[in-house]
Design a protein around this ligand. Structure first.
Ligand code: ASP
Ligand code: MG
Length: 453
């Protein structure tokens, strides 16, 4: 068994959906379960419409019609005629009526709770799974559409509901397993579920990967494939370095590290259920299906010690607190962190000396208040417009000479702060924003382009 999850861009047009059908057909002997997102951009439109309805903006109706039109148009291209197309047109209309009712409810009540928003935002997946299942069928892949709200049982934290694994496991056994035994391809919408009482919920934006991972871990599948529109994870952001290369394999920890730097390929928290059960997750490109993709594994299968990627993030603020009397004192570090905690501001990198602490924050919104609190503890300096540059990999602690190579390459760059990841998956440092791209290019050349100048 495998799980194949297709994101919104993979479903962007009739042609892409035919591509999806082809990918599934090629893998029919591996008993695939298909999980789909909404068509690209639809969830955003649904949410925007809800916000407009809340503001009593008549534009909500326009958005609703646009959403329906996209789906009707797609049906015309996918199924030029016949009973299946008629059935699906009616289905789209029925969902459209439901959406109309919900938008009107929001409009008149002037209230949009997370629970109402979930009922609305999940409609994209309620549309797409029926359409994709019918398309697969028409393509000669016998498929069955399954409403994921009958499978994924969640708690009641609407907007970010957590799947209840035991309940969901029995639903998977009841609904999905029999289909696989009969050589049918189950097709489910990602992102959506329902509470024990049957109220629609969602797993949060981007949650389809999570759905795929939940189903895959419960089957259990031998592999979970996340089909997207890029070749996989890259050694560096290709906008900074055109010579970016595909990373064939990463560990879950490395993937998490890269995600912090905005490698938007997938959010590692969403594949946690798979990782916990040791099920490999493969990121693949539906626009370039023969590419091998990136394999994400729980346990490293390669030796480590070599960098896997260079990542960077701008818009960082460094806060330096120095206090000569901190020498040999205890409790100082705790009080510094309390200040950040009080203002709910996460700290990313930390470096300490006997008499000072440097740390970075991503979100400077509450910085003035934090600064005021910290000034009671010591002398505070704030450096804005900084960037974190990170060499991501595993097993660095056992690796002699790596730091030397990194800092040799960067000898002309002013490094403000250095931090060696405690989980042994990165070496990170802070430079001024204007030095970020240059540092990244130099490091990428050293580690991934054979050091050529
Ligand atoms: N359609 C949902 C979203 O756009 C879920 C997903 O695509 O993962 O957030
Ligand atoms: Mg996504």
């Amino acid at each position: 068994m495998i799980v194949m999850k297709f994101g919104g861009t993979s479903l962007g047009s009739a042609e892409r959906i035919r591509g999806v059908a082809e990918r599934v057909r090629e893998r029919q002997s591996r008993a695939p379960v298909v999980v789909v997102s909404a068509l690209g951009g639809i969830t955003d439109l649904l949410v925007r419409g809800a916000q407009m309805a809340l503001a009593r903006d008549p534009g909500a109706e326009e958005l609703r019609l646009r959403i329906l039109h996209r789906h009707h148009e797609l049906l015309q291209e996918l199924f030029p005629s016949g009973a299946v197309r008629e059935r699906l047109h009616l289905y789209v209309e029925a969902i459209g009526l439901e959406l109309d009712t919900l938008y009107k409810g929001v409009h008149f009540l002037e209230e949009l709770t997370p629970r109402s928003l979930d009922a609305i935002s999940g409609m994209g997946e309620r549309l797409s799974f029926e359409i994709v299942a019918a398309a697969l069928d028409a393509y000669g892949v016998p498929s069955v559409a399954i409403d994921a709200r009958r499978v994924i049982v969640t708690d009641e934290s609407f907007g970010r509901a957590q799947p209840l694994m035991d309940e969901t496991a029995s639903r998977v056994r009841e609904t999905i397993s029999p289909l696989l035994e009969n050589r049918r391809v189950p097709v489910l919408g990602g992102f959506i579920g329902a509470t024990r009482a049957g109220v629609s919920s969602t797993l949060g934006r981007g949650g389809s990967d999570w759905s795929a991972s939940v189903v895959g871990s419960l089957l259990p599948a031998e592999e979970i494939q996340i089909w997207t529109d890029v070749d996989g994870m890259l050694t560096v952001d290709p906008r900074a370095v055109p010579d970016a290369k595909l990373i064939p394999e990463v560990t879950f920890e490395e993937a998490a590290e890269l995600a912090y730097f905005g490698a938007k390929v997938l959010h590692p928290a969403t594949i946690k259920p798979a990782v916990e059960r040791g099920i490999p997750v493969r990121v693949l490109n539906s626009m370039n299906p023969s590419a091998p993709g990136t394999l994400i594994t729980a346990v490293a299968t390669t030796a480590g010690g070599e960098p896997r990627a260079i990542a960077f993030k701008k818009g960082i603020t460094v806060v330096l607190i120095s206090q000569p009397r901190m020498l040999m004192a205890h409790g100082f570090v705790a009080r510094v962190f309390e200040a950040f905690d009080r203002h709910r501001t996460p700290v990313d990198l930390i470096a300490t000396s006997e008499v000072s602490i440097s740390l970075t924050v991503d979100d400077p919104e509450r910085l003035a208040a934090i600064q005021a609190d910290l000034s009671l503890l010591g002398e505070v300096r704030v450096l804005r417009g900084m960037a974190i540059v990170s060499v991501v990999g595993r097993g660095f602690i056992r690796r002699a000479g790596l730091a030397g190579r990194i800092f040799h390459v960067l000898q002309e760059v002013n490094i403000v702060m250095i931090s060696f990841g405690a989980s042994d998956v990165n070496v990170s440092f802070v430079v001024a924003e204007e030095d970020a791209e240059r540092s990244v290019r130099l490091l990428h050349r050293e580690f991934f382009e054979g050091g050529r100048p």
